[in-house]
Design a protein. Sequence first.
Length: 228
Amino acid sequence: MAGVVILTGAGVSAESGLGTFRDVGGLWTRYDLTEVATPEGFARNPALVHDFYNARRANALDAAPNAAHLALARLLDARPDVTLVTQNIDDLHERGGARAVIHMHGQITRARCAACDHRWDAPRVMDRSDACPACARPATRPDIVWFGEMPYHMDRIADALAACDLFVAIGTSGEVYPAAGFVEEAAAFGAETLEINLEPSAPGRFDRVIQGPATEAVPAWVAEVLAT
Ligand code: OAD
């Protein structure tokens, strides 16, 4: 096996205490995503959006990486041909020791200026009126990709998908594009596909499915890979 792309979603951080989006009680069952996760929502009510992400940031900073994050970091250390792409905005892969993580939906620990596009490390609590360190304008937003915006690093991800022999989706519902289409993209280039999930997302979409909680299923799969 050479060339592996791993895509993680909220399920990999669920057992660290961070809520998923679409499971029972998930964030999008409690919040209107058009109000808190779109550029239009931010334009209408920036304070509401900052409140939402300040709470997400507090949760993420207070959480600890779990056995799945640690196992993926071990795999990355042992296998330079593994590319880790995450839809998660938390930093638990990094704090679990992952050497390189592609954050396609941005990072809760980063701030961005909506006026000049400068980016910097986010304080724990942010407000739109915080001055940008580069241009001083009060246009601070979280460095998060919202619905209607282009995910980050798509060229790098497309190259990795075209070159991989194995694509693995972990803890993601496969509801949000473009990430949801990565499995078909990798398969079209001849990769095998594997899903690791508590509840498989879509029967028949992947060549193989490992069902179980990420903290058990991911370390077991990583051990299997490292033994070959
Ligand atoms: P979802 O909430 O849509 O899906 C979470 C997935 O994790 C589901 O398939 C669950 O079965 C699975 N899951 C839950 N607990 C698990 C566990 N302990 N072990 C393994 N799997 C578990 O979250 P995502 O697919 O990550 O984007 O959502 C994708 C994007 O939608 C997010 O990045 C976010 C959201 O809107 C933006 O905000 C732009």
